[in-house]
Ligand binder design. Structure first.
Ligand code: GAR
Length: 212
């Protein structure tokens, strides 16, 4: 029996989280998962170069070519179905997809968010903005969250979280980097492995880890 799960990664930018997934796969760290395609929402996303360098198929679905999110989401759903995606990973993917995608892949899509949800999340909280707001608030601890994607932004069931210390000397850039290194690049591959190996159960909006 072939247990392999096709992982499709969605990215918009530098793709360091994609790189963490590629490295994990090479070291056997994605369990039954195999990255089979990377889809970028921006034609110049460096994530595309990382994918090509590692022999992974790439596709571009440019958000700017679409007038509204519903037609974009419908084409994204079709692309994901064409790619026979079993698991979909938002790795620095900056577009909030609509119901067409969320309804087709329930509990199959995960996102990494650079804060401890429910802090500093939701519409408008992405990339460096998240860290700017955390520093403005003066939190002593921030971190990262991997959660299932639902129609509501950053509100799906939480799978893994990791806390990271905030330093008095931090800038948004240094905090972003430390959270990536100490949290995102670790818990994203870990959560993807759990999902590919069917170790996550969702019940009443919560996840339970350890299999059925
Ligand atoms: C990462 O910090 C990721 O958590 C964040 O953008 C960065 C992308 O980096 N994602 C979001 O803010 C999504 N709401 P990468 O392209 O190098 O992986």
């Amino acid at each position: 029996m072939n247990n392999t799960k096709n992982i499709v990664v969605l990215a918009s930018g530098g793709g360091t989280n994609l790189q963490a997934l590629i490295d994990a796969e090479k070291n056997g760290g994605l369990g039954c998962g195999k990255i089979t395609c990377v889809i970028a929402s921006k034609p110049d996303a460096y994530a595309l170069t990382r994918a090509k360098e590692n022999g992974i198929k790439t596709r571009i679905l440019a958000r700017k070519d679409y007038a509204d999110i519903d037609t974009y989401s419908a084409d994204m759903r079709d692309a994901l179905l064409e790619e026979k995606a079993d698991v979909i990973v938002y790795a620095g993917f900056m577009t909030i997809l609509g119901d067409a995608v969320c309804d087709t892949f329930p509990n199959k899509m995960v996102n990494v968010h650079p804060a401890l949800i429910p802090s500093f999340c939701g519409k408008g909280y992405y990339g460096l903005h998240v860290h700017e707001e955390a520093l403005k608030k003066g939190v002593k601890v921030s971190g990262a969250t991997v959660h299932f994607v639902t129609a509501e932004c950053d509100a799906g069931p939480i799978i893994l979280q990791k806390a990271v210390e905030v330093l008095d000397t931090d800038t948004p850039e240094t905090l972003q980097r430390r959270i990536m290194e100490q949290a995102e690049w670790k818990i994203l591959p870990e959560a993807v492995k759990l999902l590919c190996d069917e170790k996550i159960t969702v019940k009443n909006g919560r996840t339970y880890i350890g299999g059925k």
